[in-house]
Design a protein around this ligand. Structure first.
Ligand code: PLP
Length: 441
């Protein structure tokens, strides 16, 4: 078997290329040199790709549907340097915790562009949101509806809200990330009449102002029909609510969940494909039902930050089991990227210091954690490989660092942002002291 690495390079950030030594370069920076300078595991974010994706989402939706706000789903990955870029690009923010809100506050993110989600927001978190005057609170259940109404009363405000609805549409993604089916902990189901009950209670709540509806089906959603089916269901419901209660749908969000290409042979819709399908369905259905076109809120997370990030590891032990498998062990794993173990997620890998060499072997990249399930990538092709080589994994920008842990008391990696040949540290590597900082003997 002899394969070259060019198809894999297309999964990496948009600025990726190979230098004369055969080293992978991102944003004009040699990833092998970055690994030497900052140590591994190292996460590298490419500023150009990030900004490009923010603009692509805004442009593809807004040129078809001008009244669109793209809000970035912070859960995919948030840190202050990233939040500044999102703010500069004019995006809003979807937050799901007091922590994400506090982070947004320290970079002076405009509160009115912040949407607060979550199926069990605490009273303290809701108070924080009210104090900060976040744009919308996306109410998920009856408990929250009542609690928020009381808290808004105490704060002397009338809070704009959306209701999160569960349309009962299966997007056929991993069951851990399927959220819009009837049997889900999120949202008010349409099918049971609870969505209608939520509308009547929200309208009757004196300290809340019901602006519209939200749904989120799951993630990643590899095709557009689930969005179209759910849009039709929710807009029909909105029309019914208008007829019964004179409710006007000012805002509507079909959530996020836009897929990215993790593997060379996977097929996913482009941002333009998603935008075309979603905006056409909203416009056509609203016109059929005689609804005024609502403001459209789009919530991409993975699709903004996924391709911008790569993870870089150093190869240590190599275990060859003749006739069975070769394990290439690296210095990261489940602690910095739990997705392969949690969701059976698949990744490709490149040897960053040997990009020009033909791939000659099929190997499994294993992590360093004490779990047999700690496998980062199975059956990937690589050139002849040795301890000390540098492995680069693409599509590491989303849902790896934010889901990271200190399992086995391993410090979390450093993160650098690269741009035009310069790298800046945006998160320091944790030290052993950091791991014990909060412990009390
Ligand atoms: C409510 C909501 N919106 C948006 C997203 C973002 O999903 P993705 O990162 O796949 O775009 C999620 C993720 O689960 C979510 O729960």
């Amino acid at each position: 078997m002899q394969r070259n690495n060019l198809p894999k390079l297309s999964l990496f950030p948009l600025t990726s290329d190979v230098d004369t030594q055969g080293h992978l370069r991102i944003g004009g920076c040699d990833t092998v040199q970055l690994a030497q300078k900052y140590g591994t595991p190292l996460y590298i974010l490419d500023e150009f790709t990030l900004r490009h994706k923010c603009r692509e989402f805004h442009n593809e939706f807004a040129r078809r549907y001008p009244n669109t706000l793209v809000i970035y789903a912070s859960k995919a990955f948030l840190n202050p340097a990233l939040a500044v870029i999102l703010k500069e690009e004019g995006l809003g923010l979807d937050v799901v915790s007091g922590g994400e809100m506090s982070l947004a506050q320290i970079v002076d993110f405009p509160g009115e562009k912040v949407y607060f989600h979550g199926n069990n927001k605490t009273a303290d978190e809701l108070k924080l949101a009210l104090d900060w005057k976040v744009g919308r609170i996306v109410v998920d259940n009856f408990h929250e509806l009542e609690l928020l109404n009381k808290l808004a009363h105490s704060a002397g405000v009338k809070q704009d809200i959306l209701l999160r609805l569960t349309p009962g549409v299966d997007p056929h993604t991993h069951h851990h990330t399927t959220t819009g089916i009837l049997d889900s902990k999120f949202g008010f189901p349409l099918a049971t009449g609870q969505a209608e009950m939520a509308v009547t209670r929200a309208i009757a709540a004196p300290h809340l102002h019901l602006k519209g509806f939200h749904f989120h089906l799951g993630s990643p959603i590899p095709d557009t029909p689930p969005f179209e089916i759910a849009i039709s269901l929710v807009l029909n419901f909105a029309s019914e609510m208008r007829g019964k209660y004179e409710f006007e749908l000012d805002e509507f969000s079909p959530g996020g969940g836009f897929a990215v290409k993790y593997m060379v042979d996977s097929q996913v819709p482009s941002t333009a494909d998603y935008a075309e399908a979603i905006t056409t369905k909203v416009i056509d259905t609203a016109n059929e039902l005689g609804l005024t076109l609502p403001k459209l809120i789009i919530e991409p997370g993975r699709a903004i930050v996924g391709q911008a990030g790569i993870a870089v590891y150093t190869v240590g032990a190599i275990k060859e089991i003749p006739g069975v498998r070769t394990y290439i062990c690296v210095d990261g794993g489940i602690g910095d990227n739990i997705r392969p173990t949690l969701y059976d997620a698949k990744y490709e890998a490149l040897v960053a210091n040997k990009v020009n060499e033909d791939e000659a072997a099929i190997v499994t990249i294993a992590g360093r954690y004490c779990e047999s399930g700690d496998i980062l990538a199975r059956d990937v092709t690589v050139p002849p490989i040795a301890p000390g080589d540098i492995i680069a994994m693409p599509l590491a920008g989303a849902y790896s660092i934010p889901m990271s842990s200190n399992y086995n008391m391993v410090p979390r990696p450093a993160i650098v942002m690269v741009r035009e040949g310069k790298a800046r540290l945006i998160r320091q590597r944790e030290s052993y002291q950091d791991l014990m900082r909060l412990d009390v003997i």
